[in-house]
Design a protein. Structure first.
Length: 124
């Protein structure tokens, strides 16, 4: 096999690997976003780990990209991923605001219960 053939094969592998990682990250984002929108229990730490792994893979692949490789990237795939990440960010922000509100309500309820002597009388 000639050196030129190996280089071409390498470029194909880099682009295939890039597309594969984008697809995997999209799947993770889609799963997390769907669960959050359905108000179902979400293991945020697990999703964060999976997203971080995808980001690391993308960074490793991009370090091996040449200027020509960057020009050949499917920009529609990248734009779609960016859109999904933004939607995920918005849903996560909403989820975190809800958690913060619930935490505040519970904290105030506990403070009120303590101040009226509820805990001291064997109550709640």
């Amino acid at each position: 096999m000639s050196h030129h053939g190996a280089a071409t094969f390498g470029h194909i592998n880099v682009h295939a690997a890039f597309s594969d990682v984008i697809a995997r990250v999209e799947t993770v984002i889609d799963q997390e976003t769907a669960l959050l929108r359905e108000n179902r229990a979400v293991e945020l730490a697990e999703f964060n780990t999976r997203k971080q792994q995808g980001l690391l893979e993308l960074n490793r692949i991009l370090r091996n990209f040449s200027q020509l490789d960057l020009k050949r990237v499917d920009h529609d795939n990248v734009a779609r991923l960016v859109g999904k990440l933004e939607a995920n960010r918005q849903v996560l922000a909403h989820h975190l605001r809800a958690i913060d509100e619930i935490s505040g309500l519970v904290s105030r309820a506990l403070q009120e219960a303590e101040s009226d002597g509820t805990y001291g009388r064997g109550g709640v």
